[in-house]
Design a protein around this ligand. Structure first.
Ligand SMILES: Nc1ncnc2c1ncn2[C@@H]1O[C@H](COP(=O)(O)OP(=O)(O)OP(=O)(O)O)[C@@H](O)[C@H]1O
Length: 603
């Protein structure tokens, strides 16, 4: 199934909803900072009031001390202007100081929630979503929202308040000219509305393209060796260039839209200012306006230029934040489908005998043909059952159902008679030790990697698990178990990673072991050692193993042959070898024959 480049389409059915709806839904994150926001708004409004008072002081200076040659009055009003300037500076400092801590705290809280939510989402979600898309949502989209909440929103409020206050002051100074300035809000509103509509679509396109580029970079970094080995560097570079070009073009289109709108927004207050200058001078000549009032009028009107000029930027920032919120809510709105049932219960390790049973289990990936059909299989307590089958027949899928990475789409799986869906997920996953075919190690210390599922594990348990997996080489790493292994453990060899993953699976002696080809990347010598050690663990643990090689089959008490999603034979290795040609074919990697099922032991 192709990965989505623009989010989960199912989640993008928001057409017709208010574009700011998802931004508004983030308001609970503001709540812990309500007091700080109130303070910063008060500080910002007081700073605006201080700056608006200055032209009024100038008016008094011109009409009073300047006209009347009053030096003492000039000093008093000069001092007042100085104090107002000082107060504005202090208030702006308070605003900025408060602003930074609250917005960064909010961003961190949203990020933590998205990360926690991603952990709860099922494997199917991560199969569908490109990791670059998630990465860009959790980084750049959140930064856009932080910028809006800390600057855009604040200036939107401040600029509106400034506009209204200035208009009131202007109307008081000269009603006709004041109303003219007020009327200029109409073209400003129309220009802004048109801009917001167009900018919204462009922002969404750009943020999706950023996600696509992040995916490409991530894939390149991860698959660098493969691409180089196949000489595919130039093709990859071409793909990147085309993605980056699309991003660049959208960026330019957005910038041009902003430039055009900013020019229009600039024009309106400047035209109004021109009209005010002519009409105001005429009014002053007629004596309808004092010189001080004219100076104050023009100074106040000049104070509107910046709020209007910044309107384009604020709307752009708001639209980007709205689309970023849409993209974030698309993730947060995806409900985890694999969750604890209301009646789910906990099972302790000591209570578990370890009988694992598949009863008529069917499974298909969303929108795909069935992978497993009516699988009936029982693994008795302490038994090791190997799953064998041609590549792509559904072995790994079957294993993934045991820790509930996916849920069965038909039938049920039980552990000691309990449907897995009736157990608490955390409890089930503590009982099951898993090692996948691709042994993923995270960029953290060996110790942290080993104790991923059992953080409380002690030193002795870790030592035993390492010994069992023949992974004692970990003690010889430069900082022993504290050595940080590179991203995905790439600084270790494939066999070393596999042994660490095996040690992680067996740590704490889980009740059930689910191992996908646990010995595939080992040399003959190590394989023999790990096999001997595994044999000891498997003696008293129920285990389901996927195996490809005859040597590993020897670990199992019984073998089940999976063919095209069905269990077609179950028996001991020698029974199947003797009676099932398809089994012989799979193990010898020869052509796989369809099996007719005659004369076989069924589970
Ligand atoms: N996430 C997925 N979404 C859709 N189809 C999938 C997904 N994962 C696997 N499949 C399909 O399910 C089928 C079974 O895959 P699975 O990995 O279980 O096979 P397998 O027997 O383990 O193969 P191999 O031996 O090569 O590891 C394949 O046809 C595969 O293409």
């Amino acid at each position: 199934m192709p990965a989505q480049s623009d989010g989960d389409p199912a989640a993008r059915d928001g057409a017709g909803r208010h574009p700011l709806r998802n931004l508004w839904r983030l308001r609970p994150y503001l709540r812990p900072y309500a007091v700080e926001f109130a303070w910063l708004l008060v500080a910002a409004l007081a700073a605006t009031a201080a700056s608006l008072a200055v032209p009024l002081v100038v008016q008094r200076v011109v009409d009073g001390p300047v006209a009347g040659h009053d030096a003492a009055g000039l000093f008093r009003l000069g001092l007042l202007a100085l104090l107002l300037g000082l107060a504005e500076a202090v208030l702006i400092f308070i605003r900025r100081w408060t602003q930074s801590s609250s917005s960064v705290g909010m961003e961190a809280a949203i990020r933590a929630d998205i990360y926690a939510h991603l952990q709860r989402l099922p494997a199917g979600f991560h199969d569908r979503w490109q990791s670059g898309q998630l990465l860009s949502r959790i980084t750049s989209d959140l930064s856009v929202i932080r910028r809006f909440l800390s600057f855009g929103l604040l200036f939107l409020i401040l600029n509106l308040v400034t506009y209204l206050a200035v208009v009131v002051l202007l109307v008081r100074l000269h009603p006709a000219l004041g109303l003219l300035v007020a009327a200029s809000a109409v073209p400003l509103f129309l220009i802004s509305r048109r801009f917001a509509r167009h900018y919204h679509a462009a922002s969404r396109r750009m943020q999706d393209q950023q996600g696509d580029v992040a995916t490409l970079v991530e894939e390149t970094a991860q698959g660098l060796r493969t691409m180089r080995a196949y000489g595919r560097g130039p093709e990859l570079a071409a793909r990147f260039t085309s993605g980056a070009r699309a991003l660049h073009d959208t960026g330019i289109a957005k910038a041009r839209l902003l430039a055009r709108t900013s020019a229009l927004l600039d024009l309106v207050p400047n035209l109004t200012l021109g009209v005010v200058l002519v009409a105001g001078t005429a009014a002053a000549a007629r004596g309808a306006l004092s010189i001080g009032e004219l100076v104050a009028f023009v100074s106040l009107q000049l104070m509107l230029i910046w709020p209007v000029q910044s309107l384009g930027w604020i709307i752009a920032n708001g639209q980007e934040a709205a689309t970023a919120a849409d993209r974030i809510q698309e993730v947060l709105d995806t409900r985890p489908t694999i969750v604890d049932a209301p009646h789910a219960r906990k099972l302790d390790r000591a209570q578990v005998r370890g009988q694992l049973r598949f009863e008529g289990v069917s499974f298909h990936y969303p929108g795909c043909a069935p992978v497993l059909r009516e699988v009936d299989l029982t693994v008795e307590p302490g038994e090791t059952l190997a799953l064998v089958g041609a590549t792509g027949c559904g072995k790994s899928t079957l294993l993934s159902l045991v820790p509930r990475l996916h849920d069965v789409t038909g039938g049920r799986i039980t552990l000691d008679g309990h449907d897995l869906r009736d157990l608490r997920l955390a409890s089930l996953r503590r009982l099951v030790g898993v090692a996948f075919e691709e042994p993923t190690l995270f960029s953290m210390s060996v110790w942290e990697n080993l104790t991923l599922g059992r953080p409380a594990a002690g030193e002795e348990e870790v030592r035993a698990a390492l010994a069992l997996a023949q992974a004692e080489f970990a003690y010889d790493l430069p900082w022993g178990l504290a050595t940080r292994v590179g991203e995905q453990g790439l600084s270790l060899s494939g066999g070393q990673r596999q042994r660490l993953a095996l040690a992680r699976a067996v740590l704490g002696r889980p009740a059930l072991l689910v191992l996908d080809d646990p010995l595939s990347a080992l040399d003959v010598h190590t394989e023999a050692l790990v096999e001997a050690a595994l044999r000891r663990v498997l003696r008293d643990t129920t285990a389901l193993l996927v195996v490809h090689r005859p040597s590993t089959v020897a670990l199992a008490d019984r073998v089940a042959l999976l063919d095209d999603g069905r269990i077609v034979a179950v028996g001991t290795h020698s029974e199947l070898l003797a009676t099932v040609p398809a089994y012989r074919a799979v193990l010898s990697a020869g052509p796989v024959e369809r099996h007719d099922g005659a004369g076989l032991v069924r589970s």
